[in-house]
Write a protein that binds this ligand. Structure first.
Ligand code: PCA
Length: 192
């Protein structure tokens, strides 16, 4: 079996649920040739990425795929890029609100994700679910996690990516039902 570490976030910004963890925890333990290790992480700068890296040291995944909520998006969006900036419109779950800091001082401006984002978006659409490649993961905790992981595993065999998902129906418009978000993740995992 190939090993995949897959993560979802806790609720943030006053929300009571985060579809990213709801979907990740609903995934089967095996998807195609992949054995999944599922991890819930807090929406906290630095800490979230540290927890992913710690789990990765133990589980030794071939791929790390993080999932987060992008309220306002109407499609499932694999992220192409992570940038070396922390710039938060709202405080994270530890009350921290950085303005224009680096994720990794002295690090490169950006990294490309090392999973096949175009194929992932196509596979999700082929499953009948709206999807598109996104060229920005924002500058909040999701970008922070993706940048930190790509920086840690740059030049190694370990690949890393990020998928932003829409809100759940009970969170308002636009949204995607949970079972469709789960199906989208399964479709994306199969083409990793
Ligand atoms: N989305 C936020 C952080 C946690 C989450 O699910 C983001 O897009 O940065």
């Amino acid at each position: 079996m190939r090993r995949l570490l897959i993560t979802g976030f806790d609720p943030f910004g006053g929300g009571t649920v985060n579809p990213s963890w709801e979907a990740v925890k609903s995934l089967p333990d095996r998807v195609g040739e992949w054995e999944l290790c599922k991890l819930a992480i807090p929406t906290v700068f630095g800490t979230a990425a540290e927890l992913v890296l710690k789990r990765a040291e133990e589980f030794r995944p071939e791929v790390i795929l993080c999932v987060g909520l992008a309220g306002g998006r109407d499609a499932v969006t694999p992220e192409r890029i992570a940038v070396n900036i922390r710039d938060a419109r709202i405080p994270d779950n530890a009350g921290y609100q950085p303005c224009g800091e680096f994720v990794v001082p002295g690090g490169p401006a950006a990294y490309f994700s090392t999973v096949p984002v175009t194929e992932m978006a196509r596979a999700i659409r082929d499953a009948g679910i709206p999807a598109a490649v996104s060229n920005t993961a924002g500058t909040f905790v999701c970008n922070d996690v993706l940048y930190t992981i790509l920086n840690r595993y740059a030049g190694t065999e370990v690949r890393a990516g990020f998928i932003h998902v829409p809100r759940l129906p009970e969170q308002g418009e636009p949204n995607l039902p949970l079972e469709k978000t789960v199906a989208a993740l399964i479709a994306a995992i199969k083409v990793l």
